[in-house]
Design a protein around this ligand. Structure first.
Ligand code: GDP
Ligand code: IMO
Ligand code: MG
Length: 443
């Protein structure tokens, strides 16, 4: 029953898409378990750059069953658009399975997301405005619509119309906004339901059957730990749990179904949207990272804020996710620097802080404590084996491995598949496959 989880360890955009794509050869099923089309996962497929927001990247491979789990929130228009563009590339999208229990994003969720952001003024969160917060709020308040409501498309249309009429009162009376066209939206959503209902399934059962047959099931995380609703930098977070533990509720499996938990960590840190970021380099260093790393939001096109690597955050991610291994990405982007800084602890006033501080007021005042490592200043983007890296690059990898306590199994030196270095930790292979093996200490 090999359940394998891939999660982001920072503020998202760590390169999860590429890592998941690399693992796909060995997988039978790839499952999204939380979030919505706020995610943007980039894959270089057949020389083409592909950005997926909702559909698991496994869709590209005929041997994989892609699954949208119950914990995901689905914008049906975005889903259908994504399916159409994949079909245009010759990809069979009929293998997709969607949970009956996944909640539906409606136009008023997107409008409300925008209105809430505007009402916060300078304290806005910098959301993707995809309706994520309002949709999860409705789910928790038990007033949301679910994918299973689509089984009866006309009935679904009626429910949508009533919900829009109800929300129009909020939009007009509280926010002074224009009302939405309930009849038009209802008719659009009826059509979406007609086109999607045959893909709905009992996804927890499908997943369990695959696991029972000993097949590899990959759970594709979106965002990253620091955007987790409970454990991230609240309120500057997304509205779902991004920790590996969320797989259980969001896909409908048990903790004992999970065997391997891979944390994707970028060789520096980026953040899109607002909120504290201790190692941020709001200067020419950050600009150079942004430029060389092409750090633009995949979903919104915003420039990503950039800064030095933060071990306090990685150790926090290792602990909360019980990471069994790491994939270190975008090492090539650091080739430009003479000296590299790594944050090993924080300082606040006279106090040295080694563990991620749970109090927001403390975290936002933390200053990074850095150790400096020499850079390598040569192009490493063609390396495919560890020995081909300059000693300074190997030292940087080793530093992160030792200070985090987590084995590194993959180092990525470019967006393409072949720009990858697989590291054998020296342990016994857990299964066939290039990437999946234990060496030392599961935490
Ligand atoms: P995700 O949200 O975690 O899947 O990450 P994104 O796809 O939003 O952002 C990662 C970006 O970095 C994408 O444009 C990838 O093609 C690119 N990328 C991934 N790995 C590497 C790498 O090792 N080096 C470089 N230069 N780019 C990479
Ligand atoms: P992937 O899966 C980076 C950020 C937004 C904002 C905050 C809340 O590509 O790593 P939301 O729209 O979710 O309510 O916005 O979360 N955010 C992401 N940042 N990568 C993502 O996904 C993100 N998804 C949401 O920028 O700061
Ligand atoms: Mg992304």
């Amino acid at each position: 029953m090999p359940g394998i989880v891939v999660v982001g360890t920072q503020w998202g955009d760590e390169g999860k898409g590429k890592v998941i794509d690399l693992l796909s050869d060995d997988m039978h099923m790839v499952v999204r378990f939380h979030g919505g089309n706020n995610a943007g996962h980039t894959i270089v497929y057949d020389g083409e750059t592909l950005k997926l927001h909702l559909i698991p990247s496994g869709i590209l491979y005929p041997h994989i069953v892609p699954v949208i789990g119950n914990g995901v929130i689905v914008n049906p228009a975005v889903l259908l658009e994504e399916m159409e563009s994949l079909a245009g590339m010759g990809v069979d999208t009929e293998r997709l399975r969607i949970s009956y229990n996944a909640h539906v994003i409606l136009p008023y969720h997107e409008v409300l997301d925008g209105l809430l952001e505007e009402s916060r003024g300078s304290a806005s969160l910098g959301t993707t405005r995809r309706g994520i917060g309002p949709t999860y709020a409705d789910k928790a308040a038990r007033v949301g619509l679910r994918m299973q409501d689509m089984l009866d498309p006309e009935g679904f249309g009626d429910k949508v119309r009533r919900a829009v009429e109800e929300r129009n009162r909020l939009l007009t009376l509280i926010y002074g906004a224009e009302p939405l066209d309930a009849a038009e939206i209802a008719s659009r959503y009826t059509d979406h339901a007609r086109r999607l209902k045959h893909l709905l399934a009992d996804t927890p059962l499908l997943i369990k059957e695959a696991l029972r047959e000993g097949k590899n099931v990959l759970f594709e995380g979106a965002q990253g730990l620091m955007l987790d609703l409970d454990h991230g930098t609240y309120p500057y977070v997304t509205s779902s749990n991004t920790v590996a533990g969320a797989v259980c509720a969001g896909a409908g499996i048990g903790p004992r179904d999970i065997e391997e938990i891979i944390g994707v960590t970028k060789a520096y840190v980026t953040r899109v949207g607002s909120g504290p970021f201790p190692t941020e380099q709001d200067n020419e260093i950050g600009e150079a990272m942004q430029e060389v790393g092409r750090e633009f939001g995949t979903t919104t096109g915003r420039k990503r804020r950039c800064g030095w690597f933060d071990l306090v955050i990685l150790r926090y991610a290792a602990r909360l996710n019980t990471l069994t291994s790491l994939a270190l990405t975008k090492l090539d982007v650091l080739s430009q620097f003479e000296t590299l800084k790594v944050c090993v602890a924080y300082r606040r006033g006279g106090e040295l802080i080694r563990d991620f501080p749970p109090l927001y007021e403390v975290f936002r005042e933390c200053e990074p404590v850095y150790e400096e490592l020499p850079g390598w200043r040569t192009d490493i983007s063609g390396a495919t084996r560890l020995e081909e890296l300059p000693v300074e690059a190997r030292d940087y990898i080793q530093f992160i491995r030792e200070r985090s306590g987590v084995p590194i199994k993959l180092v990525s030196v470019g967006p393409e598949r072949q720009q990858s270095i697989f590291l054998d930790g020296g342990g016994e292979p857990l299964r066939q496959g290039r990437f999946l093996f234990y060496d030392d200490l599961p935490l």
